[in-house]
Design a protein around this ligand. Sequence first.
Ligand SMILES: Nc1ncnc2c1ncn2[C@@H]1O[C@H](COP(=O)(O)OP(=O)(O)OP(=O)(O)O)[C@@H](O)[C@H]1O
Length: 211
Amino acid sequence: MFIVENLRYKRILEIVSLTISRPISCIMGPSGSGKTTLLRMLNRLNAPDEGRILYNGQDIALMDTIKLRRNVVMLGQMPVIYSGTVADNLQIGLQFSQRPPASDEDLRKSLAWVELDKELADSCHNFSGGEKQRLCLARIMLMDADTYLLDEPSAALDKNTERFIIEHLTEFVLRKNKQMVMVTHSEQIAQSFPQTIIRMEGGRVTEAYHE
Ligand SMILES: Nc1ncnc2c1ncn2[C@@H]1O[C@H](COP(=O)(O)OP(=O)(O)OP(=O)(O)O)[C@@H](O)[C@H]1O
């Protein structure tokens, strides 16, 4: 659960008060309205100039960043693939958050979750955009975080992969009692998961609707 209080960031964001408490929340608004910037603030990829963000009651500015990002994991618009094998790319999320590596069995299970028919020793070099994004999804699911931040994957992807990523992550989050905050342009997607809809315009929250 996040509480945003009197937040100001450059000339981009000004949010007096916002609570994000439901399991699924969608941030919507026109291009340039500050959606990605707000999402990035929730795991401190951007730090506010003024105000604060509480995560489960704790000011994230005072939390250890690695600990925060172990609990609050973001999947960005563009898939990030590192050199090395499929296994290396899956383990790296755990490595970044200073967690023990997963077993090969768990890695294979994670590939099955995202329906990626690849071997652990394969190189990711020739993966399609959709395969890369599904590999990143498997990486973050393995991290077993409490909260997931999903920045609209559609920019880089076809509609089927976008739907796949959203549906799989939503199902995972709800089944395991986690929380997800996603940025989307799509009214249709927001209406499918209507627990909280946050509308933004010009860096401000114009509406926060909780079901
Ligand atoms: N680091 C930065 N420095 C200066 N301006 C920035 C920075 N990051 C974003 N902006 C600007 O802040 C505004 C909000 O950007 P942001 O990416 O948060 O919008 P958005 O609602 O996610 O847009 P989109 O839907 O197009 O992805 C834009 O005008 C953008 O150009």
